[in-house]
Write a protein that binds this ligand. Structure first.
Ligand code: GN1
Ligand code: MG
Length: 374
């Protein structure tokens, strides 16, 4: 039995699991939380699986507010799935509360744990293998947004304030450079200059929001491809996961961040930046899928900014990786000392390629709208 946890017995006492524990496996999808699959066998010989996750409380300071958001949003979506005759345990995350009724458990070392349904017969994807997969991811995120369109924004706390406020991210970045806590700033002058040269871009979406030209919506804010679970048989994106950053935001954050990760021809941490580029084919597939699911509810200004938001979310993520490298790798999990630097370089190579292809991207958006009658 693989078991890297030192408090399995404590967790077994904390949640209402069914059956005898057979196996614990760590899952390595995200850069922030620690995630495990717990397999239990019940008396009838059936397998019960759960997803048990340690929330990163350095990143998420308000675990109660966060779990309140997650409870509210998952309950809302469960109702919608039931109304449509769907299966909530496959099409939704469901929180299994701890024995004391709280949606989380604080262990003896003050770590915060929560337990979800494990979504059977699905898989996640670490990279786009074909345009259809990405199209299916787009439909899933579009549908996710639609399901939460009537969720009360005021009922959500900001789990990370100013999460996609790129102006605020730029200020954080400049502070990281000025503080230079790791002493690494000298070695990344070119990368720092790349960010500084694009200061003006950072305010485009926040200015439109402040001027009332873009609507605030309930958004996911972390629309990486690996946050969609795909059905093993149909390959449809049946469930959107990783709901820690669901909060008020712009639809463009979700669109742009999906493109950043999924339309890159290379991995987020590819060391050979000559492999990095924007796939126009994947950009088109995602745009078509997203617009077909959510397009009718988007405003004209949202649609106008789709291509630009892809570039901005890529720049923002790159500056976060670089800032973390300069801060000494305190935020994102890293596998080796230069990991954040490698990640920021892929993001900047992608930004540079998007700048060259911006007209093509704009045209793809226009053509998709025409085709779909939007
Ligand atoms: C983090 O947890 P994960 O890997 O889905 C990060 C995102 C970044 C992403 C970059 C809470 O997402 O904002 O875009 O890494 N999540 C948080 O891969 O900061
Ligand atoms: Mg994730």
């Amino acid at each position: 039995m693989e078991n890297k946890l030192n408090n399995v017995n404590e967790l077994l006492g904390a949640f209402k699991f069914e059956g005898e524990l057979e196996n614990v496996t760590q899952l390595h999808d995200g850069h922030i939380n620690n995630t495990y699959k717990f397999d239990f066998r019940n008396k009838n010989g059936e397998l019960n699986r759960y997803l048990v996750q340690e929330l990163n409380t350095y990143v998420f300071k308000d675990h109660e507010g966060l779990m309140n958001n997650v409870m509210g949003v998952t309950n809302h979506m469960q109702k919608k799935v039931l109304e449509n005759g769907g299966d909530i345990k496959r099409e939704c995350l469901c929180v299994y509360p701890a024995k004391d009724g709280k949606p989380f458990y604080i262990d003896g070392e003050n770590r915060c744990w929560r337990c979800y349904n494990f979504i059977y017969d699905t898989h996640s994807c670490q990279c786009v293998e074909n345009a259809e997969t990405f199209y299916n991811a787009a439909k899933a995120f579009g549908k996710f947004q639609q399901m939460l369109a009537d969720y009360p924004i005021d009922g959500l706390v900001e789990t990370i304030p100013n999460f996609h406020n790129t102006v605020s991210r730029f200020a954080d970045f400049k502070k990281a450079v000025a503080d230079n806590l790791s002493g690494r700033a000298e070695q990344v002058k070119d990368e720092i200059d790349f960010v500084l040269a694009r200061e003006k871009d950072c305010a485009v979406l926040t200015d439109l929001l402040n001027d009332g030209k873009l609507p605030l919506r309930v958004t996911h804010n972390d629309t990486k491809l690996n946050n969609v679970m795909f059905d093993n048989e149909t390959n449809e994106g049946i469930c959107v996961v990783d709901l820690d950053t669901v909060m008020p935001g712009l639809s463009l954050y979700d669109f742009g961040d999906s493109i950043r990760f999924g339309a890159n021809t290379a991995a987020e941490d590819e060391k050979d930046v000559s492999k990095v580029s924007l796939s126009l084919e994947y950009f088109e597939a995602y745009t078509r899928g997203y617009l077909s699911a959510a397009g009718k509810s988007l405003t004209e200004e949202e649609i106008n900014q789709l291509a630009f938001s892809s570039k901005l979310m890529t720049l923002e993520c790159g500056m976060r990786f670089l800032g973390d490298f300069i801060n000494g790798d305190v935020y994102f999990k890293t596998a080796y000392p230069e990991h954040n630097l490698v990640r920021c370089r892929t993001q900047f190579a992608l930004v540079a390629d998007m700048e060259k292809k911006m007209d093509d991207m704009e045209n793809i958006v226009k053509n998709c709208c025409k085709e779909l009658g939007i």
